[in-house]
Design a protein around this ligand. Structure first.
Ligand SMILES: Nc1ncnc2c1ncn2[C@@H]1O[C@H](COP(=O)(O)OP(=O)(O)OP(=O)(O)O)[C@@H](O)[C@H]1O
Length: 872
């Protein structure tokens, strides 16, 4: 038989009967030997079928080989040391071999697993099911651990068959599983993952399934898997025909459970065809629990439970025990604190929010341990077969008698002996005893000596003081326990108002009882029918399916957990999910959001919610709630707190509030939204008061938080850095991109505009310069004229003194070679004047440059000198 689970990367080779033909032998003899083998098998099958059909049960069966079973199965049973069938096996196997549908019920640890695995193998074998025939049988288990356990047992007893078998429980990429599914003859699966494959895996053919087994069927229903089961059944080969219910279906269905409920009857009706009821739980005779299981209970105050457990552990250091508590938070709190106290016995813990790999490791480690204490939730209450457990301790009262039976059933399995101790609060004693009597359970009362109890209060306070994580866990443990009691259906057992909340909180090391806000109405309405099933749903399964086609993925779930784990402090990854679970566990996740908000919500909430639903509803997306973040990182507390819209508030946080508020936080331990003050409980529960933080406050706070600088920075990207642009005279962003710069400076239009602007500026500047230059020239001209006038005056005065020598250009004046005879001048003065005027006119043009101007002046000077010479 080939076995493939979703963890192994390679499948084992089939280990069927060995053929005789070997390598090197001629083909002919090998063919012959194969034929002979086939004939032999056919012969055996015929005989076997005849045996099954004609089988009349003997008065007593002591050995498996007295049953009409194939040699391969008998060989597998023998090699696994199963020789004598248990009562449920004796009664269930023969009709199941005939193809009869079964509804089997037997005590815990009585061997129900083999009672369905053996006929399942035999049915396929009798049908000559081969590796190429596809999926022939499916076993559905409520939890992964149980599926793994069943798979291992199938592997043991089926190793001489030629079937391939696979484990489909999620926790691995869907694709990896998809590739192998097509090759499987038998699948052991959890419902969510199986349905996911049935819905989405191409080529996964399930219409040929011959045998369907629903293990721990009542548990499957408790966990809300009915819609998923319906969908799965719809995919498989036809069962009961609704149009013609008397038609014999091709598929055989086997339902097994240790306890039976009304829901189970409904499921049987839905899926079983003329079933045979096999009930090995004969109430009143042997009882519904193994006879070698000793049951005790003790009445202990809630505040002394940890002391009692500690005392018990210290006095049983050589035991292998399991401690059941209500919630995962309690598991963690007890585990973490006891670990620090070093009890001298290996401690382990198991709950539904651990990673799948962690869960399996712990499961295996505890199974193989000789002495150990496992602290767990009801995730380990059903079906799990831990060998040689001596003690089951129920630290918290079980939800109902069925849970009680399953929990204590982890000890005294298959002929072994065992003990169970249940601790009941005084207020729970009478109610629970009544329930136990109804099922004829004989539970003896024992008294635990005060001297044998521990006294952990001081140590717990120290832990809480030193380590905020422990304090936080204590708060969560307190709250989840109180809320779980609050939502219990059976009020004759669970009386919240009678619990000593303050003392309980102190026993967990807390300075006071955390304040809890309940939404009574919603809790009772939603939980009335299902009680703590919702809680366990969170703890136990990997995928909840609400509608076909909307299926959660384990892979994603694990990713979620992984994420949390990264943020977490140790190997625990549950906190993230625990928060989500908390909201459901307490039953007030929705309800506790004020009444007004609950009115707004659609009333037709789905009966079963998917993992995605829970993920999106989750309020605290990180490993720690904002509140807790505030506890451990005081600096950042303010902003975080503002965003905390968790369903409860802690009284301790209100120390600085006004007197009124202080009264509320110190005086009352619990606030029940619509509850009344319970006179007998001494102000334990007080209702009709405005909660310390109302939904209005919360929304204002949310708004404030959303508009705060910090959140803007979170959501609005980087802040803006502005610089002053001197050119434009405006502020602009410092972090301009290249494109901005280009847009601003390099665009063609801008460039032209800029040039035009500069040209205009230059023009104006030119005009100004010209005017200035003209002004200067005029000034110079004026000065020169003045100078000339003065020189002329001087000259005239000299001429008057020396006679008329000073005629210029006169023919009579000395050497005449240089005199132009063509232009004789009757009077030298006018002539000089005219010539000077002409020259001046040419030289002193308005637009000449300074250089020219000076040159002109030079020329003027030369002319003047010439004139002076001529004159002389
Ligand atoms: N015929 C047998 N001979 C010896 N041991 C057996 C036999 N059948 C079952 N067992 C052993 O008994 C133990 C309990 O069996 P199993 O887990 O099938 O019980 P169960 O009835 O399914 O219990 P639960 O109701 O708690 O799931 C297992 O360890 C199993 O190996």
């Amino acid at each position: 038989m080939a076995f493939v689970d979703n963890k192994a990367s390679s499948s084992k080779t089939a280990a069927g009967p060995k053929g005789k033909g070997g390598k090197g032998k001629p083909a002919q003899p090998r063919l012959k030997s194969n034929q002979a083998k086939r004939l032999k098998i056919d012969e055996e099958l015929k005989e076997l079928q005849a045996k099954v059909d004609s089988w009349i049960p003997p008065a007593e069966i002591t050995l498996f080989n007295e049953l009409p079973l194939s040699s391969r199965t008998l060989k597998g049973l023998k090699s696994s040391h199963f020789l004598n069938p248990t009562p449920i096996q004796q009664l269930a196997i023969p009709p199941a071999l005939r193809g009869q549908d079964l509804l089997g019920s037997a005590k815990t640890g009585s061997g129900k697993t083999l009672a369905f695995l053996i006929p399942m193998l035999e049915r396929l074998y009798l049908d000559k099911w081969g590796p190429m025939d596809g999926l022939g049988a499916v076993v559905i288990s409520p939890t992964r651990e149980l599926a793994v356990q069943t798979f291992n047992q199938l592997r043991d007893i089926g190793k001489y068959h030629n079937f391939s078998a696979g484990l489909v429980i999620g926790g691995k990429p869907l694709k990896e599983e998809q590739e192998r599914l097509g090759r499987m003859n038998i699948l052991i699966a959890t419902p969510g993952r199986l349905l996911q494959h049935l819905d989405s895996t191409v080529g996964f053919e399930s219409s040929g399934v011959k045998v369907l087994v629903l293990d721990e069927a009542d548990r499957l229903l408790d966990l809300g898997f009915l819609p998923a089961l319906r969908a799965i059944i719809g995919h498989l080969s036809p069962g009961i025909s609704t149009s013609n219910p008397s038609t014999r279906p091709t598929r055989q269905t086997l339902l097994f459970s240790a306890t039976q409920t009304k829901d189970l009857a409904a499921l049987a009706k839905l899926s079983l065809y003329q079933p045979e009821y096999i009930n090995c739980n004969k109430a009143g005779e042997e009882g519904v629990v193994p006879s070698n299981l000793e049951q005790y209970y003790a009445v202990v105050g809630l505040e002394r439970k940890l002391d009692t457990l500690w005392g018990f552990v210290k006095s049983h250091l050589k035991m292998k025990g399991i401690v059941f508590v209500t919630s995962g938070k309690q598991v963690r709190f007890i585990f973490e604190t006891f670990k620090r106290l070093h009890p001298g016995l290996p401690l382990m813990h198991l709950h539904g929010k651990q990673k799948q790999a962690t869960r399996l490791t712990i499961f295996q480690k505890y199974s193989s341990s000789k002495h150990a204490l496992l602290i767990c939730t009801d995730v380990a209450a059903r079906g799990l077969d831990f060998p040689a457990v001596d003690w089951v301790i129920q630290l918290d009262c079980p939800d109902d008698v069925d849970t009680y039976i399953h929990r204590i059933g982890r000890t005294a399995r298959y002929q072994a002996g065992g003990h169970a101790l249940t601790l009941l609060c005084p207020s729970e004693e009478q109610g629970m005893l009544d329930r136990l009597k109804e099922k004829m359970l004989d539970v003896k009362k024992i008294k635990i000596k005060q001297s044998k109890m521990g006294n952990l209060k001081q140590q717990m306070q120290n832990f809480a003081f030193r380590e905020p994580e422990i304090k936080y866990l204590g708060q969560r443990a307190f709250i989840s326990y109180m809320k779980s009691v609050h939502i219990q259906k059976d009020k004759s057992v669970f009386k919240l108002s009678e619990l000593p909340a303050e003392a309980f909180a102190e026993s967990l090391g807390l300075p006071g009882a955390p304040q809890i806000k309940f939404a009574e109405q919603k809790a009772s309405k939603v939980r009335g029918g299902q009680k703590k099933d919702e809680i366990e749903k969170k703890d136990e399964e990997e995928v909840r399916v609400e509608e076909r086609g909307v299926v959660g993925s384990d892979e994603e779930s694990d990713e979620d957990e992984e994420e949390s784990s990264e943020a977490g402090s140790d190997e625990e990854e549950e906190e993230d999910a625990t928060d989500s679970a908390d909201e459901n566990e307490d039953g007030s996740a929705n309800g506790s959001e004020s009444d007004s908000s609950s009115v707004d919500k659609p009333k037709s909430a789905p009966a079963v919610r998917t993992k995605y639903d829970r993920m999106f509803e989750r309020k605290n997306q990180s490993i720690l709630t904002p509140h807790y973040s505030a506890l451990v990182s005081h600096g950042e507390a303010e902003d975080e707190e503002e965003g905390d819209d968790d369903v409860f508030t802690l009284a301790r946080m209100n120390h600085n509030l006004s007197d009124d508020d202080d009264e509320g936080s110190d005086g009352e331990l619990l606030k029940v939204a619509e509850g009344k003050k319970d006179a007998g409980s001494g102000a334990l529960v007080k209702g009709s008061e405005k909660p310390l933080i109302s939904s209005d406050d919360l929304s204002k706070r949310k708004l404030k938080a959303a508009t705060s600088k910090k959140s803007k920075l979170k959501t609005g990207g980087t802040g803006e850095k502005l610089i002053f642009d001197e050119v434009t005279g405006e502020f602009r962003n410092f972090y301009e991109t290249g494109k901005d710069v280009e847009n601003q400076f390099m665009s063609e239009a801008k460039r032209r505009e800029y040039l035009e602007e500069q040209r205009e500026k230059m023009k104006v500047a030119n005009e100004v310069d010209k005017l200035v230059a003209k002004e200067k020239r005029n000034e110079l001209k004026r000065k020169r004229k003045e100078r000339e006038r003065e020189m002329r005056k001087e000259y005239m005065s000299d001429e008057d003194a020396d006679g008329p020598v000073a005629y210029i250009g006169g023919a009579d004046h000395g050497d005449n070679s240089d005199i132009d005879e063509r232009s004789p001048s009757p009077s030298p003065e006018p002539e000089v004047e005219v010539r000077n005027k002409k020259k001046r006119k040419n030289k002193f043009k308005p637009d000449v440059e300074e250089e020219v101007e000076s040159k002109g002046r030079l020329e003027d000077d030369e002319e003047l000198a010439l004139r002076l010479l001529q004159g002389s």
